[in-house]
Design a protein around this ligand. Structure first.
Ligand SMILES: Cc1ncc(COP(=O)(O)O)c(C=O)c1O
Length: 403
């Protein structure tokens, strides 16, 4: 939909949103009308360099041509079926995902939080049916973020965050331990524990990658104690971190992994992948979704994965992440630059407010996001080149110097 065809102005669009929508988002002050590759465009043609990619979504670039073509083609064939008939895109995508990341089975959902709900439900049912009614506790990490539905909210170890405040009691069955601290997780294990669940890089928690010692240690701990290892790769999955899945950076495998965001290349789809053993917990009728496995989203995801793999996006994420972050280290007021591939966080010292940096970048046509008071997160499309890193760096430098 183009603004010129509506007879409205940009201000009219903003006013309608303010009047009719329940707003929980702090918006960038522009109307995003079109997008291509590394840029988003306002109706007047102003280009914004996209270093947030719909928050780690548009891996193969905004409106990737092959993804767009797959969506257009599938829309003309069959759109929604529920999961009663077999569909071609589902079957092909399921095979592609499992064979690419070395897992046995997949279950399709629509979003990250739903995928985490499925992962939590599968682990709990596995524990209760295999060991008894109390065996459903999951240890997650403080400062984690797993989504905004009740299971995922409750798994999130951030009781002081707006995503939990005011919603009453969380769902029972979760205990929390310190991220990157193996002993802390070990101490929380009881006879009721069924699983450990973490993000390989804590994103909303401030872009903190897990150490190799922590991740390999968690795998061993789970093996020793007969627990399931659940990885939330909603934000890290599909080439962002320099490997197809972040767990591959550590040389380990989870029992269940959740994914969403980049999987669909801009279309809403999520999934969990599980080992045959864990997947047994989901029996006929025990879980389901009206839209999960939607043919159009599956066709888009298949095209996106092919693009990510064909274009070497994981390798590019590693190379460009290293290049960009070495430059970011030289910015004034930087306390720490943390990253895994192109999952980048810049923590500034206490004199710089992250929202001011975000707004300053926006004024200079660079889109980044702020986490907390002092951290900027950048998760650009994985097709980016050195020139985009250089442009973003110059804008950040000008912004920080002006503040
Ligand atoms: C690690 C992680 N898990 C889950 C979610 C929730 O995903 P969604 O917004 O698709 O429900 C997010 C979203 O930012 C995330 O970063």
């Amino acid at each position: 939909m183009k603004l010129k065809d509506t007879g409205l102005t940009e201000q009219d669009i903003k006013d309608k949103v303010k009047k009719y929508m329940i707003e929980t988002y702090e918006r960038y002050d522009f109307v995003a009308e079109t997008a291509k590759g590394m840029y988003m465009y306002a109706p007047d043609g102003t280009a914004y360099l996209d270093f947030y990619a719909g928050i780690a979504v548009n891996g193969a670039g905004n409106c990737n041509e092959k993804v767009v073509a797959a969506v257009r083609e599938q829309c003309g064939e069959i759109m929604q079926t529920f999961n009663y008939p077999y569909t071609i895109p589902q079957a092909l995508l399921a095979e592609k995902i499992c064979t690419t990341i070395g897992m046995d089975k997949v279950f399709f959902q629509n979003s990250g939080t739903e995928s985490n709900e499925a992962m939590i439900k599968m682990a709990r049912k596995y524990g209760v049916e295999k060991y008894g009614p109390q065996k459903y506790e999951i240890i997650t990490a403080w400062d984690s973020f797993h989504g905004r539905t009740f299971g995922s909210m409750s798994a999130t170890g951030q009781p002081d965050n707006a995503c939990q405040i005011g919603f009453g009691n969380m769902t029972p069955g979760f205990v929390y331990a310190k991220f990157n601290d193996l002993d802390s997780f070990r101490e929380k294990i009881t006879e009721n524990t069924v699983a450990i669940m973490v993000e390989p890089v804590q994103g909303e928690g401030g872009v903190h990658p897990a150490t190799a010692e922590f991740m390999t240690g968690l795998r061993k701990l789970c093996d020793d104690k007969g627990l399931l290892l659940l990885l939330d790769e909603v934000q890290t999955g599909w080439c962002r971190t320099g490997a197809v899945m972040s767990f591959m950076n550590y040389g380990i495998k989870p029992d269940i992994v959740s994914m969403a965001k980049a999987l669909g290349g801009g279309m809403p789809i999520g999934a969990i992948c599980a080992t045959n053993e864990a997947a047994k917990a989901f029996t006929m009728g025990s879980h389901g979704s009206t839209f999960g496995g939607h043919p159009v989203c599956c066709a888009a995801a298949l095209a996106e994965i092919n693009e990510l793999l064909d274009r070497g996006c994981a390798e590019n994420a590693k190379k460009m992440g290293d290049y960009f972050c070495a430059k970011l280290e030289t910015l004034p007021h930087v306390k720490e630059v943390r990253h895994q591939g192109l999952f980048v966080g810049v923590e500034f010292d206490e004199t710089l407010n992250a929202k001011d940096v975000k707004h300053g970048c926006f004024d200079r046509k660079l889109l980044v996001t702020a986490i907390g008071d002092h951290i900027i997160r950048m998760v650009p499309p994985l097709i980016l080149e050195k020139k985009h890193c250089d442009d973003a760096y110059e804008i950040l430098k000008q912004t920080v110097e002006a503040l």
